[in-house]
Design a protein around this ligand. Sequence first.
Ligand code: FAD
Ligand code: NAP
Length: 538
Amino acid sequence: MKASSQPAAGLDVVIVGAGFGGLYAIHKFRQQGLKVRAFEAGDGVGGTWYWNRYPGARCDVESMEYSYSFSNELQQEWKWSEKYAQQSEILRYANHVADRFELRDAIQFSTRVVSAAFDSASSLWTIRTDQGDTVSARFFVVAGGCLSLPRMPDFPGRDSFQGKLYHTGTWPHEGVDFTRMRVGVIGTGSSGIQVIPRIAEQAKQLTVFQRTANFSLPAWNTPMPAEYEAWFKAYYPARREKARYSSAGIANHPTPDKGALEVSDELRAKVYEAGWAHGGPGFTRIYKDILSNEKANETMAEFVRNKIRQKVKDPAVAAMLTPTDHAIGTKRICVDTDYYETYNRDNVKLVNVREHPIEAITPKGIRTTEKEHELDAIVFATGYDAVTGAILNIDIRVDGGPSLAEKWAHGPKTYLGLMTAGYPNMFMVTGPGSPSVLTNMITSIEQHIEWIADCLRYLGQKGIRRMEAQPDFEEAWVRHVNEVADTTLFPRANSWYTGANIPGKPRVFLPYVGGHGVYRMKCADVAFKGYEGFTLQA
Ligand code: FAD
Ligand code: NAP
């Protein structure tokens, strides 16, 4: 839609983003009779799955779970073709949802929100875009994504490269043909680990520039087994309910009652083998103390290290690929298809850029402190300004006061990851301080949108014009988020969970590690108590 096709006046909610968060927000709020408009920087829906079209991109939470639960008809009728759907299928699903629930007319595409200003006198947000739109609304909902602001390290000479540069998070829609090319991939996080095997199949020569070896688990992806799908669908409502009260928002994850050190070495080895044979990210949940007890973690880490040593033929390459600097699961666990096996190919070379850092991009390729690697194309799989990036990319102010970026200069502060004190009537979907990226994101997105929708209904019923998080409740929540994180091994790793991937970003553990189910109960409790910790003004 164009800005002029819907009157700017009288809007209830402006939404940023048309990924799974924004799409559900439009649907849910409209169901309550609210007037909404969404702005999306891309020219289509799907968010992550619109932008990340790199070869190998797919979800690593099983598709039967990585999908909306809000419509039983939708979940019964939609058919996933693989256990872990690939990007194009997930994008098709997002488009299907947009059509099925008639959401497109609420979205203005190819439009980036650049600022949002709240005026206390009118209790209205005024939102401005890069296309010159100015609209006002009572509420501002940021569903701009936790992993949507790609990060390109600022290597000297980047613009001098005479070949092609790509980032996994802004992949060309028409695809890329790497046949006969010498390709370099920088980064071995989840994106790198997915793209590397696929590029290796095509390119003449692939050079992987690895700074930190990561733990990756096998997906054992298959076409969707018909009986499995039928079983899942027969029990869908119960499976979804289980997910809603689980730790990671995933029904299929194990719910262990034992720690890794409470069982014999023999039993533990068998359990790890069975978990490995099952594959997927639930592996790190096999014992309850893997993410909190160093020794327990080490038993699992060593099991996976041995698997890497078995898979990779060249012992020197295997050693480089074996993670030793962080506990397994404390950087986002990766799930792969043929990742380690790829290094047995003759056309794949691994370069250790911890030992020999990248000095510059040159017209011909990448120069490390050791040598220059000549390349025809470079793929940056270098990640995102995660969790806070998309929020702080918007200049957000109240009554001309300090920007949210200024308020968060030493790290984000929120109450429940939903609102931030001093910025009334603004909600964040999967914001910092909520479980978000530690969970099946669609479970977390649905929980947030439903909480916000209930809240908006309540405010309407009570005639409340202004809602704001109270600073003391915010402080207490931030403290709680940190205290819970400190009972785990997570904060010890240099990961994007702590902002460590962005030079100068404050080091704060960004998501809430207390578990999705626990968090859901806390949010429900706050609402039940008449939105405890929020100031409500008529
Ligand atoms: P997004 O999908 O990121 O959508 C946000 C949208 O907002 C984007 O389209 C963006 O263009 C738009 N936007 C941002 N800022 C602005 C602005 N200022 N103005 C206008 N538009 C704006 N999670 C899982 O749970 N399981 C997985 O298997 C999984 N796989 C992933 C694979 C990849 C490659 C990546 C990058 C992430 C993955 N994630 C996964 C996380 C994924 O981001 C979420 O699952 C989910 O798609 C997030 O939906 P969202 O709507 O919150 O955000
Ligand atoms: P990432 O996990 O942040 O990985 C970025 C990689 O780039 C890391 O290996 C990092 O090394 C490297 N890097 C960054 N700057 C570098 C530099 N200056 N020099 C050398 N190497 C550098 O990003 P991502 O792989 O895009 O994944 C982000 C998140 O998106 C994931 O954690 C996951 O949540 C989601 N995702 C999921 C899937 C999926 O399987 N479904 C796929 C892709 C993404 P260091 O580790 O040393 O910093």
